[in-house]
Write a protein that binds this ligand. Structure first.
Ligand SMILES: Nc1nc2c(ncn2[C@@H]2O[C@H](COP(=O)(O)OP(=O)(O)OP(=O)(O)O)[C@@H](O)[C@H]2O)c(=O)[nH]1
Ligand SMILES: [Zn+2]
Length: 199
């Protein structure tokens, strides 16, 4: 993969044979026999799984947010509890949780389809991530691609690298937020947070 940073413009299809060869090596490294019955297909299976887990590198945010509706809605739109699964870039272990996304449409009222907000989460979650960057990238896509006048993204997730290994603290939730534009205004931000928290 080299040292190049991935951007939304760079596409990366998973190199299946290479991924499978690496998994085979990992099996040997942990003292397993990659030829035994149960493991014979595992390297290919894991490589296929990674084409899903890394599918976000291939997705095009401009295309996803390209379909907009002229609904002339200038107030906040908020979608709560969008489930997410991502892979932590430090340990390559999953973190799972929910994203809440709110935005104030552009002045000409360009509103996107609600499902596109969930797709946006997947684009950035289906990569190796840290939760802070995932949160920021979603907020910035709303501002950059949708000309949103404001955006708020709150993500709450449990990191298996903190629950099943290492410090082993099951149940701990990491909460991150990114707030842009008019949603930085304390009153608007408070309104968004109360909607997110369901109060
Ligand atoms: N900021 C941030 N840290 C993360 C995220 N996912 C995992 N981490 C942390 O990344 C850190 C990596 O720390 P290291 O000391 O390099 O790795 P380690 O020895 O495996 O650390 P421990 O998990 O404490 O055993 C750990 O503290 C993880 O909890 C994330 O999304 N954001
Ligand atoms: Zn981790």
């Amino acid at each position: 993969m080299g040292s190049a940073e991935h951007t939304s413009e760079q596409l990366m299809a998973v190199d299946g044979p290479r991924a499978a060869a690496a998994i085979r090596e990992l099996l040997i490294a942990i003292g397993e026999d990659p030829e035994r019955d149960g493991l014979r297909d595992t390297p290919d299976r894991v490589a296929r799984a990674w084409t899903e887990l890394a599918a976000g590198y291939d997705a095009d945010v401009k295309e996803i947010l390209g379909t907009t509706f002229d609904i002339a809605h200038e107030e906040m739109v908020l979608v709560k509890d969008i489930e997410l699964v991502s892979m932590c870039e430090h340990h390559m272990l999953p973190f799972t949780g929910v994203a809440h996304i709110g935005y104030i449409p552009s002045e000409n009222g360009r509103v996107t389809g609600l499902s596109k907000l969930a797709r946006l989460v997947d684009v950035y979650a289906r990569r190796l991530q840290v939760q802070e960057r995932l949160t920021t990238q979603i907020a910035e896509a709303l501002v950059n691609e949708l000309d949103a006048r404001g955006a708020i993204v709150v993500i709450s997730a449990e990191h298996t690298c903190m629950t099943m290994r290492g410090v082993r603290k099951p149940g701990s939730q990491t909460v991150t937020s990114a707030v842009r534009g008019q949603l930085r205004n304390p009153a608007t931000r408070a309104e968004a947070m109360s909607l997110i928290l369901g109060r």
